[in-house]
Design a binder for this molecule. Structure first.
Ligand SMILES: *Cc1c(COP(=O)(O)O)cnc(C)c1O
Length: 388
């Protein structure tokens, strides 16, 4: 039996895939290989294929195996950050004159990367509302993009888009379908199984899970594309260091339990905020009135830990709410065990102000952690009380 057949369950694979104990000592946790190079038996006779750490390091390989297993992909490749992973992927598949079609709610840094780094090299970017399948089909047929890029749930409005339907219409025009799975994680949603060609992650968020390490990854079942990205990883060199790879691996081992608790806590907070007089709208796919709720039920196995709210009192109320919380700390980023509050229009989404991705200044985003839910609920009530 192969490892995959033995280690079939998600949580089991998260803990064991790529994590063989150390054969010389029996250490149950594979060591961190803090080395830049590897001694050869004779010229070109490598031990385990390892030569120089930009090309490969056992700690990074262990993480890559773990990532591939969780996403149901054959190849995982890790990078120094989510954007480094995206950059390597796009450089591997785009050439001047190519077009990228992207959801109008993707991560701002992804939009900035394509617009400001790839734009001057002749890559054309178009954004679109991916919830409108007819308009998306039309855009795909007229633009013939090389890449369709989507993110679901999206940031900060938690829009849910239909991966299966979009993959089908994009494949009909020969586009490569990339899904940024950072918000959902493979525990909640597996885009490759739903028809996507490539999954991208900022492992900085839920996969690492402890706000202590940056990283990014791509996972795919397309062997040719994997080889092209692997060549970029090696030849351009934005690799993840061994200590960062090890921290990420350690975080991933608890992904299943964390995601269940993130989802449970976020659901409770969404329900507590929903209908409150000071809140005009709560964006959380676990609420039945969320426009993507039914699709999320079909496509995901939980609704995740991210939610946003629109404050009835506008920008002033949003700022005051965000600055009144005490358990939720005011910081960018998301996906850690600790709860964070973010004011997108001035923080995470400042880079997309003035573009079609601009976010309302009445919106506050919460990354709901896995603290005791009663403490989190008391905290959001403290924030609401500050508005009275
Ligand atoms: C943070 C983030 C990224 C970028 O990842 P970095 O690790 O910060 O480079 C990409 N996509 C999404 C959805 C993110 O939240």
């Amino acid at each position: 039996m192969t490892d995959d057949e033995i280690l079939h369950g998600f949580a089991t694979r998260a803990i064991h895939a790529g994590q063989e104990f150390d054969p010389t000592t029996g250490a149950v946790t594979p060591p961190v290989y803090m080395t830049s190079t590897f001694v050869q038996r004779s010229i070109g006779d490598l031990r385990g294929g390892y030569e120089y750490a930009r090309g490969g390091n056992p700690t990074r390989d262990a993480l890559q195996t773990q990532l591939a297993s969780l996403e149901g992909g054959r190849t995982g490749l890790s990078f120094a950050s989510g954007l480094a992973a995206e950059d390597a992927l796009l450089r591997a598949i785009l050439k001047p004159g190519d077009r990228v079609l992207m959801g109008n709610d993707v991560y701002g840094g992804t939009h900035r990367l394509v617009r400001r780094i790839f734009g001057p090299w002749g890559v054309e970017l178009t954004t679109i509302e991916l919830g409108d399948l007819a308009a998306t089909r039309e855009a795909l047929e007229s633009l013939r993009p090389r890449v369709l890029w989507l993110e679901t749930p999206s940031n900060p409005l938690m829009k849910i888009t239909d991966i299966t339907a979009l993959a089908e219409i994009a494949h009909a025009v020969g586009a490569i379908v990339v899904v940024d799975n950072t918000f959902a994680t493979p525990y909640l949603q597996q885009p490759l199984v739903l028809g996507a060609d490539v999954v991208v992650h900022s492992t900085t968020k839920y996969l690492g899970g402890h706000s202590d390490v940056l990283g990014g990854a791509i996972v795919t079942n397309d062997d040719e594309l994997a080889e092209q990205v692997r060549f970029h990883q090696f030849a351009a060199g934005a690799v993840l260091g061994p200590m960062d790879a090890w921290l990420t691996t350690r975080g991933i081992k608890t992904l299943a339990v964390r995601m269940r608790q993130h989802s449970e806590n976020a659901q409770a907070i969404a329900e507590a905020l929903d209908g409150h007089a000071a809140v005009s709208r709560v964006y959380y796919p676990g609420l039945p009135h969320h426009p993507g709720h039914d699709l999320a039920v079909r496509q995901m196995r939980g609704f995740g830990g991210m939610l946003s709210l629109d404050l009835a009192g506008g920008a002033a109320a949003a700022r005051r709410f965000a600055e009144s919380l005490r358990v939720f700390q005011l910081a960018e980023s998301l996906g850690g065990v600790e709860s964070l509050v973010n004011y997108p229009s001035e923080m995470t989404h400042a880079s997309v102000r003035g573009t079609e991705l601009e976010v309302s200044d009445a919106i506050v985003r919460l990354s709901v952690g896995i603290e005791d839910v009663d403490d989190l609920l008391a905290d959001v009530h403290r924030g609401l009380a500050a508005l009275a």
